[in-house]
Design a protein around this ligand. Sequence first.
Ligand code: DNO
Length: 355
Amino acid sequence: MEMTLRWYGKNFDTVTLEQIRQVPGVKGVITTLFDTMPGEVWSRERIKAMKDEVEAAGLKVAGIESVNIHEDIKLGKPSREQLIDNYIETLTNLGEEDIHLVCYNFMPVFDWTRTELARKRPDGSTVLAYTQEAVDALVPEKMFESISGDTNGALMPGWEPERLAHVKELFDEYKDVTDEDLFANLKYFLERIMPVCDKYDINMAIHPDDPAWPVFGLPRIIINKENIQRMMKMVDNKHNGVTFCSGSYGTNLENDLPDMIRSLEGRIHFAHVRNLKFNSPTDFEESAHLSSDGSFDMYEIVKALYDIKFTGPIRPDHGRMIWGEKAMPGYGLYDRALGAAYINGLWEAIEKANK
Ligand code: DNO
């Protein structure tokens, strides 16, 4: 594995490349052009400038999270042809710049959903949290309003104002879209982009739906072992792979995370490792990475990745807000650095025990 941290670019992130460089074992960042819109072509110049900046700090661009998918592609509208052409052009430009990993998601309308961005834990840290009761009590348009007081001024990935401005219309468009439609539209998209992925050896890594069930009645398909296996088979190309995000698949306690990892040998291109603490099956909070602080056995998760000979980028995921840091919720430096150190420790121990 290759330890990385996510970085949003200097105009959006409170964490600097210089700080990331000092986290033991971190050699690369997972980044994006955060100010681009879904459907827009990423120019080669901008990609190169981003790479140069990261490399000047002694790091490498280990992959992109995310190149977002335009809603018309998810909806299968005729305009998808042009939008997929644009996506292919972006992939071409990334490939030409020697970038070989792209994380994306296929969640209708919203990206991840949380109902609190700063729930206080007993140790005084604040964390992202979710309760189904709170979601059920909300109209989707009000979702962001209800949490916006806790963003520390940051633009939240997946909650961009442009996206939220159209929430109502989008809900109408998705009214009759079923899981089967979404699978078909995803297949269509993947089949169109696989040739360029083959040409440049670009690993596409779909991020699971978070939480791993339908929210607000919208269809969601990347939620469990069965569906992800279906997706791997429907476009059976090694470049069609996954981001294994323990915190997203883990929202559904029926998902056996180590077993899912083992079933995806060769197809996990990127790993997000984090823990969740469940207070009830429909109320969870993003605890520290340490097993004993949450509900998951992190040793078993990392061991499963080791056992399938995972070599791709891995990153600690959302951290708690600790030590007075003010940053984008989930993306402060301190707790993610602790998370990276912990995962590195687990990996080293597992590696040595297996020698
Ligand atoms: C949240 C992230 C997601 C993820 C996208 C990938 O913090 O895990 O926003 O980056 O779903 O496209």
